[in-house]
Design a protein around this ligand. Structure first.
Ligand code: GUN
Length: 290
């Protein structure tokens, strides 16, 4: 078993971005700029946003964190988003999810200018990505592709099983891996909460690559997989003991895998790195750079 080390891969990608940014700044351009909107108090979001801001520093970007109280209205947020959309000094904007229940997250996503939508969640980007056109790709799914590419894991013609159909991970990664992309051309099965257990097992037991994003500690067990599988664990679950674990029973499952992502230090790192790639692309688009 070998580890797909998200830290090593992310550090390498961010170092490459920072070299490019240094070149742009040397030529007289301003730095790329990412704005993050964070609503309310949600411990996991605090930690994700912190790592995004830190990664901006490492990439040579500027960033702004705009905090709103839990009580902010949807209208107030939409007004702020409209102001940022009109601000030429901001290249990329993300609204950290989840937002409180009284705010409709799809309305928020739809309000972000697709040119600044570095999360790739806006219907325009999601549609363009699905059609194989140039687009901001959802960061976690894109990060997984970059990780597979970095470790030269073959994807073309492989059988991939995705567990979980969320808009931010399962749905986009299933589309990206089945598309005719550089990291793609796989045969993909998308399974979800309504997939009968027997059917899920039929699929996972013959999968070459499994991507699990369900948010349930220990969901994937050793009896569900074949020897040599590549296991991508998107879960980030905090146990009552304080320990962070993924959706895979790492100790037992890892023994059967050819490759596996650790948690932490796997996909989470790659989400942030992919966000930096998207921010650089937004900036390059802004300045008509190649
Ligand atoms: N919450 C969990 N993952 C993400 C993400 O990739 N982007 C945003 N905006 N919120 C999230």
């Amino acid at each position: 078993m070998k580890l797909l080390d998200g830290k090593v891969c992310a550090d390498s990608l961010v170092a490459d971005i920072s070299r490019r940014v240094a070149g742009y700044v040397d030529s007289g351009l301003r730095k790329p700029h990412m704005t993050v909107i964070l609503v309310g108090e949600h411990a996991p979001s605090e930690s994700y946003v912190k790592s995004k801001i830190k990664s901006c520093e490492n990439a040579g970007f500027e960033s702004a964190l705009l905090r709103f109280p839990e009580s902010v209205t949807e209208t107030e947020l939409l007004e702020k988003i409209a102001a940022i959309n009109a601000d030429h000094a901001t290249d990329g904007l993300i609204v950290q999810l989840p937002v409180p229940n009284h705010i409709n997250s799809q309305n928020i996503i739809n309000a972000i200018d697709p040119e600044k939508d570095i999360d790739g969640f806006h219907p325009t980007n999601f549609g363009r990505m699905t059609l194989g056109q140039k687009a901001f790709r959802p960061a976690t799914a894109y990060g997984i592709c970059k990780l597979l590419q970095f470790y030269e894991i073959p994807v073309k013609a492989k059988h991939c099983v995705v567990i979980g159909r969320s808009n931010i991970v399962g749905k986009p990664i299933s589309i990206m891996l089945s598309n005719d992309f550089e990291i793609g051309n796989a045969t993909v099965t998308l399974t979800h909460i309504e997939t009968p257990r027997e059917l899920l097992l039929d699929e996972t037991r013959r999968a070459d690559i499994i991507i699990v994003a369900v948010g349930i500690p220990g969901f994937v067990t050793e009896d569900m997989i074949k020897d040599g599988v590549v296991m991508i664990d998107v879960g980030i679950n905090r146990l009552q003991t304080g320990k962070l674990v993924g959706d895979v029973d790492f100790e037992n499952v890892s023994k059967k895998c050819s490759w596996i992502t650790p948690v932490p230090g796997g996909v989470g790192r790659m989400t942030v790195a992919a966000l930096m790639i998207n921010t650089l692309m937004a900036y390059q688009n802004n300045f008509d750079l190649a």
